[in-house]
Ligand binder design. Structure first.
Ligand code: GDP
Length: 364
């Protein structure tokens, strides 16, 4: 599954957000309620109205949404890259996630201490990014000597690694994140192997006050400008409201949202933004027993998509009987779609599309 790390300075609302994410009534009602893997790791059901629609048509007994994992990575402070405040452990946690949700304090509250003594989300973002850049510089410098030795010894792969490390180092030393480096397709694998923290995609989460959740405020607007300039995404959320919503039953939650002038829970927006950020999409398997959603990266071939369900499905892949979501719903289910000629037999080279309803045929 895909993992999103929640980072940010202390007291910005990370834990509040994490708790809201993992304790929502919706997450609880899902077939696999959020399971705590560790106290700071939770799996969240990805809300998708299409899945409910498919299950209704196929009269599926159970509905199983796809999941996203969130990790609450506390403890990032100024100096973390030097190992202060158990910094190295936190940096190791960040290394393992696919993307970073960077929570920024955009609420004013005299009762909640700010570590730097002032509320300035743009400066906070820079503080954290600087720590991540310093950590990347340090990790590259540590490895570079060894790589240079290998290059002298005639190691071909090391030549590529050294070139990529130096490219990363050059931008990092200019104070820019490694993600600004343009990487050729041929280098992508080796680039990923460097496991740099500042190559992870970032989503800024502006934690605003309760009355500002719909429109945001001047601070979140500044974050929005910064994000746009960097080519990153941002969402506006009130972690406190989300925590309150997470304790309500779904109907009550909807009423509460309406009262606040919000069209949907911030958590749903956060999860969808995470999907967009990671270029993820969903396909479905639908039958009388269960309707289930599965997550893949955009551009995934049918056998690889089958492999998400089980490795044997990928190995023995023959074909995928495919019905587009709109056809399945528009025509009223699998049988009518089939009769209307809308079920396609797709082979190994087929690239799965978001919303496809798939049935895999495979050799065992
Ligand atoms: P963390 O250290 O980043 O995990 O921050 P917490 O989630 O523990 O929040 C720190 C404090 O800020 C707690 O007392 C929260 O209740 C409070 N807090 C979090 N979000 C908000 C918010 O949107 N508005 C206000 N006023 N307080 C908040």
């Amino acid at each position: 599954g895909f993992k999103m790390g929640i980072v940010g300075l202390p007291n910005v609302g990370k834990s509040t957000l994490f708790n809201a994410l993992t304790r929502t009534a919706a997450a609880q009602a899902a077939n696999f309620p959020f399971c705590t893997i560790e106290p700071n790791v939770g799996e969240v059901a990805v809300p998708d109205a299409r899945l409910d629609k498919l299950a209704e048509i196929a009269q599926s007994k159970s509905i199983i949404p796809t999941r996203m994992t969130f990790v609450d990575i506390a403890g990032l402070v100024k100096g973390a890259s030097k190992g202060e405040g158990l910094g190295n452990q936190f940096l190791a946690n960040i290394r393992e996630v696919d993307a970073i949700a960077h929570v920024l304090r955009c609420f004013e509250d005299g009762d909640v201490t700010h570590v730097e003594g002032r509320v300035d989300p743009v400066a906070d973002a820079e503080t954290i990014e600087t720590e991540l850049m310093l950590a990347d510089i340090e990790s590259i410098e540590k490895r570079l000597q060894n790589i240079v030795r290998k290059v002298r010894g005639g190691d071909k792969e090391a030549v590529q690694q050294e070139r990529l490390m130096r490219a990363a180092l050059a931008v990092l030393e200019e104070g820019k994140p490694a993600r600004v480096v343009e990487v050729d397709d041929d280098d992508l694998r080796a680039w990923k192997m460097l496991q740099l923290l500042t190559t992870k995609p970032v989503l800024y989460v502006c934690n605003v006050g309760e009355s500002e959740a719909a429109e945001g405020n001047a601070l979140s607007a500044r974050v929005g400008e910064m994000a746009a300039a960097e080519g990153n995404m941002h969402v506006i959320i009130s972690a406190q409201i989300e925590e309150e919503i997470s304790q309500l039953e779904p109907e009550e939650a909807q009423m509460f949202l309406d009262e606040m002038g919000l069209s949907e829970a911030g958590l749903d927006r956060l999860i969808r933004a995470g999907y967009e950020l990671l270029h993820l999409e969903t396909y479905f398997t639908v039958g009388p027993k269960e309707a289930r959603a599965w997550t893949i990266r955009q551009g995934t071939s049918a056998p690889k998509a089958a492999g998400v369900i089980h490795g044997d499905f990928e190995k023995g892949f023959i074909r995928a009987e495919t019905i587009a979501y709109d056809d399945f719903v528009g025509l009223g289910g699998e049988q009518p779609a089939k009769e209307a000629g809308k079920m396609r037999a797709e082979g190994k080279s087929y690239v799965v599309k978001d919303g496809d309803v798939l049935h895999f045929l495979f050799n065992t």
